[in-house]
Design a binder for this molecule. Sequence first.
Ligand SMILES: Nc1ncnc2c1ncn2[C@@H]1O[C@H](COP(=O)(O)OP(=O)(O)OP(=O)(O)O)[C@@H](O)[C@H]1O
Ligand SMILES: Nc1nc(=O)c2ncn([C@H]3C[C@H](O)[C@@H](CO)O3)c2[nH]1
Length: 214
Amino acid sequence: MMIVLSGMIGAGKSSLTTILAEHLGTQAFYEQVDDNPVLPLFYADPKKYAFLLQIYFLNKRFASIKRALADDNNVLDRSIYEDSLFFHINADMGRATEQEVQVYDELLDNMMEELPYAAHKKAPDLLVHLEISYDKMLEHIKKRGRSYEQPENDSSLVGYYHNLLDRYDAWYQNYNYSPKMQINCDQLDFVDNPVDRQKVLALIDEQLKKRGTL
Ligand SMILES: Nc1ncnc2c1ncn2[C@@H]1O[C@H](COP(=O)(O)OP(=O)(O)OP(=O)(O)O)[C@@H](O)[C@H]1O
Ligand SMILES: Nc1nc(=O)c2ncn([C@H]3C[C@H](O)[C@@H](CO)O3)c2[nH]1
């Protein structure tokens, strides 16, 4: 079983990846963030580094999917489809050229075809999307405290986050690679509140049982 978590920056994917992997007794695969040398460069100069960051994420994501596929059961923090969403939003904001977008799209298609499970299983068993409001997302971003993500250090992030949030919603509505479910994280503190955590796990278990995966 492969479960993939999706959602905005700070929605709670990494936190829920840990909780869910422990609950299901499976392995967790995290996005490369704190040891990602390109991320701070990107936030300091998005136009210069958007393409490089995207190639960095694509490379790491692909390696992580291949490692995950070596196991029967796993939980992944963010999908490869969202990387592409991020890049296209950045390109629409003038941070990548048409040529860079074309190269990225072709490379992504090419790499997806190479996945060892391509013949029989191209997508996760379940996508769990973490829905979050702008205000709650900022609360989480502040709580976590990565300096380059704080709008008070860079006011252009307000527009960037609104763009991402708007497009994320449409992305989830159109996502059809696998079964999917959505959890609204505004009222559910699955990090510090054990009752909320059980509620979220029960919602996911219910979906897995319904689909015969659990
Ligand atoms: N439901 C929640 N209730 C309260 N705090 C939360 C919740 N979800 C996440 N947090 C807190 O918000 C911060 C961001 O969470 P986390 O790192 O899990 O998000 P993420 O979706 O993985 O972010 P990114 O996309 O940037 O990697 C952390 O400090 C975490 O403890
Ligand atoms: N530009 C860009 N493209 C991506 O594919 C991508 N994936 C994640 N991120 C940023 C968001 C968080 O700050 C941080 C952790 O998710 O990394 C991305 N940024």
